[in-house]
Design a protein around this ligand. Structure first.
Ligand code: FEO
Length: 401
């Protein structure tokens, strides 16, 4: 049975949610599921904006059949060729042999890479500023390379002021009837997943997101329709401001994250002593994470949120204990920058973790490592309390300013 929902007089939501997939892109845990959004504009011409992941293909095609109600499909706009949105494109083209595929030159090239060259014969290549009229609606295409792949574009309905924003402004999380962000407690229940989605999927490409935000700033936007998660029609600027912060690698909050990679709990003990001292000094909302028990995507997201990081790690195989190594390599891969860091190392016979954490942090842009650092040799000893508290005091002074 179809699950079509109406967004406007002639704009319909045809997407759906996957609540069974455990790993998005086969790497990111999604305990709240994910939605694949697709939109249909019914005008003199019928225009579909993106298809969906193979996982929800049956429901999507039921939705499309119902929504078209016997009409033909004239155009499908491909804003993004990643399979979570385009895996069903060839199936669509076979079901609707007259449909024309509209996309950027790179999208059209990718059609032959994912499918076969014959599919390219029914395509219309568009570039920055090109338009397509469907009757009452006119669509303008704006290129958005690397948000999140090179072929990405966004589509602006100049008639109804709707921006179909591809991956931008998307979030993990299945939709449950309420399609609009203003029908949900987005800040409380969705923002962590929106942050984790942005930082892990698009976080590396801050400058390219900035370019898109500058283009969007010149548009009047009444509705923002991403390819994942809720649709925005109120308080759009609130979410745009989040993107502004994240894409400039500015901390979202003055807040400290203590990330600890501890084998038997001794390094964790040092992290707890630091946390207690920070609290004494008036620091609030301290978050201490044992990296072995959180997916690295959560920790990348949390690091993007916080202004200050305390990194505490054991030495392992004469290198870094792997949960800390994974986090720092992932942060570097996501272009993480502009933070203040304090370092605690542990090593029972040859501590290496501090030097290695420092090298990895120094490889990121505009990172400041506080002079106060601590070396443990196995368990914390009472005579090291002063050094741990000095480290905490330095973090607190910097944080509270
Ligand atoms: Fe939702 Fe980059 O695909």
């Amino acid at each position: 049975m179809h699950c079509v929902q109406r967004l406007g007089s002639d704009v319909l939501y045809l997407g759906g949610s996957d609540r069974r997939l455990s790993l998005f892109e086969n790497v990111y845990p999604i305990p709240r599921g994910v939605s694949y959004n697709s939109y249909l504009v019914l005008d003199e011409k019928t225009v579909l904006l993106d298809t969906v992941d193979q996982a929800i293909a049956p429901r999507f095609f039921e939705n499309l059949t119902f929504a078209l109600n016997g009409r033909t499909l004239d155009y499908v706009v491909v804003n993004h060729m990643e399979p979570d949105h385009a895996a069903t494109l060839l199936d669509l083209m076979e079901r609707y042999p007259q449909v024309q595929v509209v996309g950027s030159a790179k999208s059209i090239a990718m059609i032959a890479q994912f499918f076969d060259a014959a599919a390219q014969e029914r395509t219309i290549t568009v570039k920055e500023g090109d338009t397509l009229s469907a009757g009452r609606h006119t669509f303008t295409f704006l290129m958005a390379p690397m948000v999140h792949w090179p072929e990405v574009m966004v589509t602006y309905d100049t008639t109804d002021k709707v921006l179909f924003s591809a991956d931008a402004f998307g979030t993990f999380g299945a939709l449950s009837g309420n399609l609009f962000a203003d029908e949900l407690d987005f800040a409380a229940e969705w923002l962590p997943d929106a942050r984790r989605y942005y930082t892990n999927i698009v976080g590396k490409y801050g400058p390219q997101v900035q370019t898109l935000l500058k283009k969007a700033a010149g548009l009047e936007i009444a509705m923002l329709c991403p390819l994942h998660g809720p649709i925005w029609r109120k308080d759009i600027q609130w979410f745009v401001d989040k993107y502004q912060t994240w894409s400039t690698y500015a901390p979202e909050e003055q807040r400290v994250m203590i990330a600890c990679a501890s084998i038997y709990g001794h390094t964790e003990n040092a992290a707890e002593i630091v946390a207690a001292r920070l609290a004494e000094k008036g620091v609030r909302n301290i978050a201490l994470y044992d990296l072995s028990h959180h997916h690295v995507s959560e920790m990348v997201s949390e690091a993007f949120r916080c202004s200050h990081l305390v990194l505490a790690s054991a030495t392992y195989n004469n290198g870094l204990f792997t949960p800390m190594e994974n986090l720092l390599l992932d942060l570097k891969a996501h272009n993480f920058q502009n933070r203040t860091v304090a370092i605690i190392e542990n090593g029972s016979w040859a501590p290496q973790a501090g030097k290695l954490m420092r090298e990895l942090v120094d490889g990121m842009k505009n990172m400041r490592v506080l002079e106060e650092s601590v070396t443990l040799r196995s368990a914390c000893k009472e005579d090291q309390r002063a050094a741990l508290e000095a480290l905490a005091d330095a973090v607190a002074a910097d944080l509270l300013g």
